[in-house]
Design a protein around this ligand. Structure first.
Ligand code: GUN
Length: 306
């Protein structure tokens, strides 16, 4: 999908950053590489997803991760545990997969129930199988600019910037949100001396003052707050690139599911001002899965080299 529209007030041609298109291109490459492995008599990459409890959004994300693995020929395993599972039981299961040579990637879907220490669980995942890139080893390596697993959402956004050849060097980027999963790693990647980095980055969060004027200065805005419609047109300068990471479920009786997915950007009013904007749905969400699949392939390759 290459939608372009022209805003007659500021003459900015707007291009939609099409997550479906970019994810498809990444997945096609991975599928072809997987087919080559199979043709050479090797096994396919294997991702294990662990889901604790039955949170609706987590169920949807994990189901989609598994389905995408199947689509490109990976092996996948889903381990479902009850909300009341003991932390020690979950730790034992992770240890089993850590020691299983036929498993390349392990992900534990977050959030976990309150009685489980999330960081303790993440710390336990073998760094060579940490395809979410959340472990201290992966984060440390990423910050140092060493080869590492990069958290899937920021990695997916970088792949999207690359696909659309969006210039980043010397640009002012604002990342709204400082989570370990999205905002923090995103700010690091955009500032690094890499292709599709070299930005001057400002991180905004719940205590930031004057977010509107900070955003108005930005060439690139990444919003990862989880507040539907947070980014208004008054906060965006003409020609900015806007990346919407929000995926909040909002009640909607017109939908069969009973909810609609809303992004953090007031799309209808912001999009006419942008040079590029990612929609919700159809934007970053699909890239997150493509990036996870890429991390899983890299894990497979590295583990089979050593
Ligand atoms: N919860 C929200 N995003 C993610 C993600 O990328 N990985 C995992 N494991 N849990 C999440």
């Amino acid at each position: 999908m290459q939608l372009k529209s022209v805003n007659l007030f500021n003459f900015v041609a707007m291009e939609i950053l099409d997550g479906k298109l970019v994810a498809q291109s990444v997945k096609q490459g991975l599928k072809a590489q997987t087919q080559q492995l199979i043709a050479a008599g090797k096994r396919a990459p294997h991702l294990v997803a662990i889901l604790v409890g039955s949170d609706g959004a987590s169920e949807t994300y994990v189901a989609s991760k598994i389905k995408n693995c199947e689509e490109i020929g990976y092996k996948s395993s889903l381990v479902r545990l009850e909300t009341i599972v003991e932390e020690t039981e979950l730790m034992k299961i992770i240890e089993q997969f850590n020691n299983d040579d036929a498993v390349d990637g392990i992900l534990v879907q977050l959030p976990l129930p309150k009685h489980i220490d999330e960081q303790k669980i993440i710390n336990l995942i073998n760094p060579s199988k940490d395809v979410d890139g959340f472990s201290p080893v992966s984060v440390g390596r990423m910050v140092l600019g060493m080869p590492s697993f990069i958290p899937a959402t920021p990695y997916g956004i970088m792949l999207m910037l690359e696909y659309y050849k969006i210039p980043t060097s010397g640009k002012r980027a604002v990342v709204i949100g400082r989570s370990n999963i999205v905002g923090r790693p995103m700010s690091i990647l955009l500032s690094q001396a890499n292709s599709y980095g070299n930005c001057t980055v400002t991180v905004c969060h719940s205590r930031s003052e004057n977010i509107e004027s900070i955003c108005l200065d930005a060439d690139i805005i990444v919003v990862a707050l989880g507040i539907p419609g947070f980014l208004k047109s008054s906060m965006v300068k003409a020609g900015a690139v806007v990346i919407d990471v929000g995926i909040t479920r909002v009640a909607d009786t017109t939908k069969k599911s009973g909810f609609a997915i809303k992004g953090d950007v007031d799309f209808d009013n912001v999009s006419p001002k942008c040079s590029h904007i990612s929609p919700v749905p159809g934007g970053v969400g699909l890239m997150t899965i493509a990036a996870l699949l890429k991390n899983t392939f890299n894990a497979y390759q590295q583990r089979n080299l050593s």
